[in-house]
Design a protein around this ligand. Structure first.
Ligand SMILES: [Mg+2]
Length: 323
């Protein structure tokens, strides 16, 4: 439940908590890879390389044996790292991704200014916005590219090494928007599921790119739960939250936590008016809770099982008619 709506936003009010909250689900926290409830599955412990199906092995023994095999659905062969290639390329090289990022921050600026100007926007509490960090205001795609280049899956150690470098750049349009918010007297709270022990490195990175409010008071990393509700509530106790920005539905409300991809879609469609107004979404095709939903929240699946689960979610056209 998002209880921070100003009257101007009540038409798009988020719904209350639902039966499939994060508790009990193995869910990602940062970069889609950890969990709030002690059910975290260390992806280090899963197979890092693709599992070869028996068929190619038989083919390697002899082409005759291969030719005699009955037709079977192809088993996933690519590593999960390979499957990151197009998403990462799109994020790193496409003008379209940069355009969407600018679009999000331009929309946020418009809504912020409108809220500050609207009579119903007057609130005794100081105005604030809440932004997620990763793939919302900071770009970590070099880490994703490193995973691809090294055929690795996400792991807490390599992620921590990347975070410690504090070298992520700002998302396109992020600095201009956050500076504008600060110039209007709006405080920026960074609510992130980076670990609490990454606080200093994160502050260094936020300061390096020149973001406002890059201090410990405004940075709220994950301490116990990846669910951000309590941290949003903490901000709301003292501030008027005008809008929230994120690349993951959990950055807005736990009301979007659902076990299946279909249910997440339905939850978004039910809150359609909130997006582009109080909720400003950044695109992230590389990782997120959307991925976990493909696995039913079970991050313990092997690479092969994950790859198959991904393909099983494809909605496939029946193909051209045969004559
Ligand atoms: Mg994020």
């Amino acid at each position: 439940m998002d209880e921070f709506y100003h009257a101007a936003w009540t038409a798009s009010r988020a719904q209350a908590s639902h039966p499939l909250a994060r508790t009990g689900l193995a869910k990602p926290s940062v970069a889609g890879h950890s969990d709030s409830s002690g059910t975290f599955i260390d992806r280090d412990s899963t197979m890092k390389r693709s599992l070869l199906s028996p068929l190619p092995l038989i083919c390697a023994i002899g082409l005759t044996a291969c030719a005699q095999q009955p037709a079977q659905p192809p088993e996933p062969q690519a590593s999960l790292a390979d499957e990151l290639v197009m998403a990462t390329l799109w994020m790193q090289s496409s003008g379209e991704y940069a355009a969407l990022s600018h679009q999000a921050f331009n929309l946020a600026r418009m809504n912020l200014d409108r809220a500050l100007a609207a009579p119903e926007g007057s609130d005794r509490r100081p105005p604030a916005i809440i932004v997620d960090v990763d793939e919302t205001v900071l770009d970590n795609t070099p880490y994703e590219a490193w995973l691809i280049a090294n055929d690795e899956n996400y792991a807490s150690d390599s992620w921590a090494a990347w975070v410690d470098k504090a070298s992520a750049v700002a998302m396109p349009g992020a600095k201009a928007f956050l500076d504008h918010a600060a110039s209007r007297g709006v405080e920026v709270f960074y609510v992130t599921n980076r670990d609490d022990d990454q606080r200093d490195a994160t502050l260094r990175n936020l300061a390096r790119v020149g973001f406002p409010d890059a201090d410990s008071e405004h940075l709220m990393p994950r301490t116990d739960a990846s669910d951000k509700t309590a941290r949003r509530q903490q901000v709301a106790q003292s501030h008027w939250i005008i809008l929230l920005m994120g690349d993951n539905l959990g950055d807005f409300s736990s009301g979007f936590d659902r076990a299946t991809a279909q249910a997440r879609r339905a939850a978004v469609n039910a809150q359609a008016n909130a997006f582009g107004s109080r909720y400003i979404m950044l695109p992230n095709p590389a990782y997120g809770d959307w991925e976990g939903a493909l696995y039913g929240g079970d991050w313990s699946l092997s690479d092969e099982e994950k790859s198959r689960a991904r393909r099983n979610h494809l909605q496939v056209w029946g193909g051209p008619a045969t004559h």
